[in-house]
Design a protein around this ligand. Structure first.
Ligand code: ADP
Ligand code: MG
Length: 339
């Protein structure tokens, strides 16, 4: 049955509460939001609520909103080559309705009131009800994995997903500095992430990770624009030799997508291990930009990993640049000590 197929597929797209949060926040960013607020109850199993002030969803689109493969971001396969939005499969909202209870409240510009509607298994449960709403969209996911006993049990037994959610929001906040992100536990007065909106990357990092991190950061830029067959640019902030941490923080965006790249992380840690006096781990924020046709965003169900053309060469270049930066800062350090 189709519903069985859909539920199995949904369990792969939405693996845990934090993956639902990531999808919802990406939708908010795709909608051009400048404020994104996240509220979580019971590590996301009871409730995930993401509110934004983006462009909203038209009332006439609400009936199909949570159908699988329904997206406003792409229509032809070729669009995938130049895709700028984070979503493109039209699977996230649909998936959430197969493994949880989804309620959407939204208003588009120029409307006097918004609409609220709930979804189950891809379909609207009732006609959209007119309601009061401010700008944008709020998506509420309740009782995630209510119909997947094993998944719910594992998540209940394992560590709460909340730290992972905070981590995601923190990373987004460092990259999308003009968006004001907040994240809190349901009922809590204080937000655990509150990024503010700023025009300075360092301010954003300070707001999220604290002043002590920022003190030890250096700006880094690498580009390979002379090469005939490749144009790549990286800019970011990396910690210097004074920074001390037990764990690596690696915030990596490739063409504005939050991704993991194990080989780049390893290469970076390797450079640091050779240069730093103590076995301290670095803090890295990198934003890499490549021509869209050099990035395959579609190799992983959650788009967590991407594959890059000329990956080795890019990593080599970045490694060299980090090495050089660290050498220079190490010299400075020795000089200061002697003085
Ligand atoms: P995708 O992001 O791949 O298009 P989703 O299932 O995440 O698929 O979302 C389906 C569609 O719902 C999107 O294409 C978009 O048109 C609409 N949508 C979802 N979330 C929002 C939001 N926060 N604001 C405006 N539109 C949204
Ligand atoms: Mg999406």
């Amino acid at each position: 049955e189709e519903s069985v197929v859909n539920r199995i597929a949904a369990g792969e797209v939405i693996q845990r509460p934090s993956s639902a949060v990531k999808e919802l926040v990406e939708n908010s960013i795709d909608a051009g939001a400048s404020t994104v607020s996240v509220t979580v109850k019971d590590g996301g199993l009871k409730l995930i609520q993401v509110s934004d002030d983006g462009h909203g969803i038209r009332c006439e689109d609400l009936p199909i909103l949570c159908e699988r493969h329904t997206t406003s971001k792409l229509s032809a396969y070729e669009d995938l080559q130049t895709i700028k939005s984070m979503g493109f499969r039209g699977e996230a909202l649909a998936s959430m309705t197969y493994v949880g209870h989804v309620t959407v409240t939204t208003i588009t510009e120029g409307q006097l009131h918004g609409y609220r509607v709930s979804y189950r298994d891809g379909v609207m449960e009732n006609d959209p009800k007119p309601c009061a709403a401010v700008k944008g969209t709020q998506v509420m996911v309740e009782n995630l994995f209510y119909n997947m006993v094993a998944r719910r049990k594992t998540l209940q037994n394992s560590n709460d997903d909340y730290p992972k959610i905070v981590d995601f929001i923190s990373r987004f906040a460092v990259h999308h500095i003009n968006v004001n992100f907040s994240c809190r536990k349901h009922g809590a007065n204080r937000a655990d992430v509150h990024s503010g909106s700023t025009s300075s990357r360092l301010d954003a990092i300070r707001n999220v990770y604290g002043a002590s991190v920022v003190r030890d950061l250096m700006e880094i830029q690498v580009s390979d624009e002379n090469a005939v067959d490749e144009i790549f640019k990286m800019d970011g902030f990396i910690s210097n030799a004074n920074y001390v941490a037990k764990k690596t923080t690696m915030i990596l965006f490739i063409n504005d997508r939050l991704v993991d790249c194990t080989s780049l992380k390893r290469a970076t840690e390797f450079v640091y291990s050779a240069i730093l006096p103590q076995a301290s781990k670095p803090f890295i924020y990198m934003s890499i930009n490549l021509p869209p046709e050099h990035v395959d965003v579609n190799i992983h169900p959650t788009k967590k990993e991407v594959s890059l053309l000329n990956q080795e060469r890019i990593i080599e270049k970045i490694k060299d640049a980090i090495e050089e930066k660290l050498m220079n800062c190490n010299n400075t350090r020795i000089f200061q000590t002697q003085a």
